[in-house]
Every structure is written in C-alpha cells, then in structure tokens.
Design a binder for this molecule. Structure first.
Ligand SMILES: NC(=O)c1ccc[n+]([C@@H]2O[C@H](COP(=O)([O-])OP(=O)(O)OC[C@H]3O[C@@H](n4cnc5c(N)ncnc54)[C@H](O)[C@@H]3O)[C@@H](O)[C@H]2O)c1
Length: 436
C-alpha cells in the first residue's frame, strides 16, 4: 500500500519522534497535539521533552518542510494515535478485597473521535498507545465506524505497540523489531507498508489483540522480575545479607538473571501497564497484582532506611534527595518512586531538598528543588541517592566531602562504591546490604 501523508495524533515521547522520523524519511506529516503549549513550543523551534538527539531530528523534519504541527487532525492516508494511557488517579477497581488501578482511556477515545470527520476510504488507522486487551476492536473500531465506513473493508485498522527505551528512542524507533496487529491480515500488511518507511528491525505481523497482549506481557514480565528483586532486598536486610553480592553470585547460574532492586518501579509504562491486565481479568491476575503492590510499597523501605540512619523522628532533619526521575538518565518524573520516597520524607517532617540534574525546574510540594549539586548538598544531614544518573553515580567522594557537612549516605540503587566513599570518610548504607 502507498502512503504519502500521515497524521500523528499526540506529540509526546512517542508521537514526536515518530512524526519526525516519518518526515525525515520523505512522508508528508502533520503532527497533532491538543496541548497548545506543545504546538507553540514546536512552532517556535523548541521541544517540550528531553530526549537525546530529538531536538536535532525535529529541526531537520521541520526544516525539510515535511513536518507541520497543528492542534487538529486533517485528511491523510494514515493516522497514528500516540496519546497517553495512564491510570485514573481517583478511581479504583476492587476484587476479593484488593484494589486495582483502572485505565484512563479518555485520550484514546478523544483522539479516535477527532479522526472520524476526516476518515476516508482506503485510510489506515494505527493505535500505538499501550492499551488493555481488545481496545482496538472494542473501543477504537466502533468510534471510527461512526464515520459510516466499515473497518476491514473501507479502512484498515491495526495496533502497533511502541517498545522504545527512553534515552535511546531515536535509535530504537528504527532498529527495534516492530509488532503490527491488524484487525485482519490486510490491515496488518498495510501497517507493515507504512512502518517499512523507516523500520530496519524485523516487522512481525499478528492480530490486534495479540499485539496488545504482547506489549502488556513484556512490561508485566519486567515488573514481576523487579518485584522479586525488591523482595530479595527486604529479605537480605532482615538476614544481614548483602543482596547485591547475593544477586551477583546467583546470576552466575546459567539460567538465572535476577534484576537489581531499587526504590520501586515508575514511569509511564512498567508501573502502569500490568494494571491493564488486572483490570481486564482480576480473577486471573493474582501474581501480577501482587507484584504491582510489592513494587508500589518499595519506597517505604527506602524511607525506613533513612529512619534507620537518621533516627525515627525525622522532624526538621535535612535530607537531600539526589535524582527524582523514574530511572537513570531521563527527565521523566511520571510515577517516579523517587518522588514517592520524597513524599514520605516530607510527610514525616523532614526538610527535603531535591536535585534532579535532568529537570532542575521540577515542582514537588514542600520540597526545595536545587539547580546545582553544590546548592543541593551544602546543608544536608543525609544524602539519599534515588536514581543512578551517570552524573550522580560518578560523583567524586572527595569532592562531595568538601561540599557538604554530612558524612551519611543512603544509596537506594546500589550505584555507589562502599570502599571509595568510606575512604573519603562517609558512612554508606545501601538498600539491601543487610544494615537496616
Ligand atoms: N514514553 C515511553 O517511553 C513509552 C514507551 C512505550 C509506549 N508508550 C505509550 O505510548 C503512549 C504515549 O506515551 P507518551 O510517553 O508519548 O505520552 P506523552 O504524555 O509524552 O505525550 C502524549 C501527547 O498526546 C497529547 N494528547 C493527549 N490527548 C490528545 C488528543 N486527544 N489529541 C491530540 N493530542 C493529544 C498530549 O498533549 C501529549 O503531548 C502511551 O500509551 C504510553 O504508554 C510510551
């Protein structure tokens, strides 16, 4: 199938690189976002998110004249929906006395509705947003068919999950294998013809619901594996074992690959997506929901480490949180467990200063955000490492000792070397090192 014009709805971490990459590969692209700030920023030559290489890619796409940005869709050959699918903040489901999160599909609904007036015979619509099983068939299809056109015969419809790693989005977008699940074979093939403009990785065709499940299974698998690592860290603390050493030794087994523990699981994907399976079938997802609860409760264990170091009463104690993002070397604070730790600290009366090198304008209630490391640590009583950003991992203990009066460190991500910090006079407590 031939495509000349693509409309990408949602210009965030996924939609903006996708729209720009289609444009730099010769397609005529309209990038649509209903957030005026996003549209204005892009029109003024800026970008509203941090991702290595993205500014240059967007600039190249805009300069070529192949990418335009707009607040509303327009007629095109293909539409890609890449809008957020978070969970509801204020609504919960309940099964067998346990609560679970509910997917907030309002953006997918409104993005699908926004396409309806423009949909024409022969068009292709692809949903990229991570979604509960059967969303393409049961939610998106009926909305699009309000156009009077029938999916499968008049237009093509497919689901294609995005699996890029924040921080490496530009490279992975083209190099990763891509799954395309059609509501029928022709729709999947149409999707393949579209993405083949830039995807160098393998393109695997399947049906829409399988593709939805694949994405959710991938992230759920990661979540469960992190949960077991976190639970191991709790056991290690109880039994006076260093979990990092134990994991390293266990991983010498040829069929064992235990992940690292940390302050929890965050971001837009792994901490959210497993709930989509729980919501879809609460009676079948006991392990998945338990793993979610284990990871969601992990910030509390980091908080307890701070108490174990500074004393139970944290009132008025100055704690500097180093790193606030949900993972290393990104600016994304969504669902960040580091922020959950910080919240627990402020609630207990601690005076918290946060330093996030990738987002120095972060806003967190009751937390002073420092713009430099020096400012962040100058009056700290404890330095709490919450994210293994390169800049923080590589801190020189000697230099830090000259910038701060404290000699107490809590490392929740296993990034600091005990020997190096001890030599500079610090006492380092690591999550799961048996010291709690
Ligand atoms: N960020 C990631 O690394 C990642 C990876 C894989 C999958 N995903 C999935 O991709 C989807 C998009 O995620 P994201 O990180 O790009 O989100 P994002 O929040 O960065 O961007 C989404 C954009 O969509 C816009 N938007 C919302 N509703 C709209 C509408 N009706 N019309 C037009 N624009 C609209 C928002 O203003 C926003 O700019 C989600 O389902 C997410 O789970 C994300």
């Amino acid at each position: 199938m031939q495509f000349t014009k693509v409309c990408v709805i949602g210009l965030g971490y996924i939609g903006l690189p996708t729209a720009s990459t289609f444009a730099t590969h010769g397609l005529n692209v309209v990038g649509v976002d209903n957030n005026l700030h996003v549209v204005t920023t892009l029109r003024n030559g800026g970008i509203h998110i941090k991702e290595p290489g993205l500014q240059m890619l967007v600039q190249q796409a805009l300069d070529s004249g192949q990418l335009r940005v707009s607040e509303s869709p327009e007629a095109a050959d293909a539409y890609i929906i890449a809008v957020p699918t978070p969970f509801h903040d204020d609504e919960l489901g309940k099964y067998n006395g346990q609560f679970y999160r509910l997917a907030d599909m309002r953006a997918v609904i409104s993005a699908s509705e926004s396409i309806v007036p423009y949909l024409q015979k022969g068009n292709l619509v692809i949903l990229e947003s991570t979604s509960p099983p059967r969303t393409t068939i049961d939610l998106v299809r009926p909305i699009l068919e309000r156009s009077g056109l029938i999916s499968g015969s008049d237009f093509y419809l497919a689901y294609s999950p995005e699996r890029v790693l924040p921080g490496q989005i530009i490279r992975e977008l083209t190099e990763n294998a891509r799954v395309i699940g059609g509501i029928d074979r022709t729709s999947a093939e149409a999707g393949r013809d579209l993405y083949a403009h830039f995807v160098k990785g393998e393109i695997v065709l399947t049906d829409a619901t399988t593709a939805e499940m694949v994405k959710l299974m991938e992230n759920t698998y990661r979540d469960i594996n992190i949960a077991i690592a976190n639970e191991f860290s709790r056991l290690a603390d109880r039994f006076g074992v260093d979990v990092w050493e134990a994991i390293k030794i266990a991983n010498r087994h040829p069929r064992v690959k235990i992940l690292n523990p940390g302050p929890g699981v965050g971001g837009h994907c792994i901490s959210v997506d497993p709930w989509f399976l729980v919501e879809a079938a609460p009676d079948l997802t006991e392990l998945i929901s338990t793993a979610r609860r284990v990871n969601d409760s992990q910030p509390h264990f980091v908080f307890e480490l701070v108490q174990a170091t500074l004393g139970n009463d944290l009132t008025g104690k100055h704690v500097t949180a180093l790193g606030l993002a949900f993972k290393p070397d990104v600016d994304d604070l969504r669902e960040s467990p580091a922020i959950e730790v910080v919240k627990l600290l402020t609630q207990s009366g601690a005076v918290v200063c946060g330093y996030e090198p990738y987002k120095t304008d972060a806003v967190i209630p009751n937390v002073r955000i420092a713009t430099t490391l020096e400012d962040a640590i100058e009056d700290a009583e404890l330095l709490l490492l919450l994210v293994g950003h390169r800049e923080l991992r590589d801190l020189d203990p000697k230099r830090v000792s000259e910038l701060t009066p404290t000699r107490l460190l809590v490392d929740a991500v296993g990034s600091w070397d005990n020997q190096a910090w001890s030599q500079a006079g610090f006492k380092l407590i690591r999550l799961g090192n048996g010291n709690a």
